[in-house]
Design a protein around this ligand. Sequence first.
Ligand SMILES: [Zn+2]
Length: 285
Amino acid sequence: MTVTLFTDTDFKGGSQSFARNKSSLKDTKVGNNPSSIKITGGEPVLLFKKEDWKGGVLYVKGPKNVSNLGSKKAGGKSGFKNGITSLRRTPFDLDLNVTIVKNSKGEFPGDWNSSSTAEKAVLTIVNHVNRFYEDCGALLKLSVAHCTFRTDDNKFVVKRGGADYPASWKRSGEIDVVFVHDFKKVGTQAKSKPPGFGKSITVAAMADFVGGGSGARTTEELARSLAHELGHYCGIHHPSANNSKKNIMFKEGNGDSIFDRVISADQIEEMHTTLSKNVFRKGDR
Ligand SMILES: [Zn+2]
C-alpha cells in the first residue's frame, strides 16, 4: 500500500509517498502543509498538527482518498488543511504496569491457581487486546513492562470506593493495571478513569451472574474489559458507542469476547488525541 500526501487539495501540486513514520514533514517535498491524501490498501495513518506526533490528530484508514484534509465532508477535519506536521504508520507502544492481587490465603484471582497460570493468562489477555487493535487498525500496541504479585485482602475483593491503590503499586510512564478477584458490588467487572485522575485500571477475573452466584471469566472476556477500560483511560466514553452492543465502549458486557466487538475510527482518533498529550505514550523515538 502507499500513502501519498499532496500540497494542494484534489491531489494536486507537489506530492510525496511515505513508507515510514515521519516525525517532521518540514524537510519533505510536501513540507508541513499537505492538503490532500491518497491511501491505497487497508492500512491506517495518523496525521498530527505538530512535530513528533503531537497536537491535534486526524486518523484516516485506507483505502481512502481525502481530497481536502481540512474538510470533514471530504474525510478530513477542520484545521488540517495546510496544518499537518507529522505522520505515523506504525503503532504506539503502551507499557503496562500489571499487579495481580492475591489474598492472604495465597489464592489468585478467578480460576488462576498459580503464579505461572496467572502470568500466562495476563499475557494471553494482552495478546488478545493487541490482536483486536491490529484487526481494527488502532495503531496501538500493549506490552507488559512489569508484572507484580501483591497480597492484599482488601484489594482481592474490591469494596465500594476501593479501586484505589498505594503509590508504591504505580509506575510513572506506564499504565497501571490491577487484576483482582472480584468487586463486592454485584455487576461491576472493571473500572478506570482518564489519566488525569491518577487512577489505575482495575479488572476483576470473576463475573457475577444474573440471579446470583459468580464464575471465572475467560481471557477473551477479560480482554474485552481491559480494552474497554483502556478506552476510558484514553478519553473515550460510553456515548461514543452510539448504543451499539458490538462497540467496545458499550457500557455492558454479557460474557462476550473482545472479538465480538469493534472500535470506530472516531474512537481511535480520540484515543490518540488523549495519548498525544501524555507521557505514557511510548515509541516517540
Ligand atoms: Zn465503561
